[in-house]
Ligand binder design. Sequence first.
Ligand code: SF4
Length: 318
Amino acid sequence: MSEDLLEIDDIYKIYMLSGGVLQSKRSLKAVDGVSFTVAKGSVLGLVGESGCGKSTLAKIILGLESPTRGEIRLSGQPITSISQRRRARRIQPIFQDPYASLNPRKTIYQIIGLPLSVHGIGTAKEQEKKVVEMMAVVGLPRRVRYNYPSQLSGGQRQRVAIARALIMRPEIVICDEPTSALDVSVQSQILNLLIDLRRELDLTYIVISHDLAVVEHLVSEVAVMYLGRIVEQAPTADLFEKPLHPYTTALLTSVLTPDPELGLPETHLGITYPNPIDPPSGCTFHPRCPKATERCKVEIPQPTIKGDRLVECHFPNE
Ligand code: SF4
């Protein structure tokens, strides 16, 4: 049986927003009672439209945000009892836009080697050796090590971001939209690289994406998020073959909008994504759901577990 490396246990993140003069504060539930486990060596995909809470959840796992409630355990140990430094050695992120996440004034060598310097690992010579080795692992030519990010292509910059994330040999890598800022022509190269690296370096991934095509090729299990909740979770092949939740069905039939700035899926659901400050009653998906009934408007669906699948819907697809 595979070991549960990461346990996310009933996590909430509630932001209190100022209502302005003479108005009371309002709450925004960015993450609304999310639980899941990630087995060592597995790849979990978190999927949903912008604003569904998946990136907030990633920040909480990385320690960049604190949960309002709930607990995260890493190898069975509460993550709050692990120092931020040690956590950073074990969990590393790869962000969407490699250009924004790389310091334009540092050379590629300095960027990839920075975590080693920060954590005081090895002598200068040892650090240089590690950087050069890691550049080879991610497919970066050695000659670019004294270049600056602006001198590299988008795909090369994402390879730099991957090398920087992996130089400390983390156990878990959180890939937040790892290919959505890249040209279509290089997206598959980066996906294939991530697949190879997971195998070679024995990594565990959490992949955050709005793009189910990315998820299909990379992940073993998918959790679909809607307004801060996981509304469906299933092994990837099962979810693609037979989605149980109407929202998953809509995502699967979606296509990307032509606007790369937005990068949001066109779900063909007609009504726009609801405002999380003022979520709909009952099932929060009901205003957009083609199967909604009167019951859905008033009664919140509870999670139902069927084998290794979870769904939150009064009338899941048969
Ligand atoms: Fe649609 Fe009702 Fe299921 Fe919500 S509970 S997804 S509104 S059928």
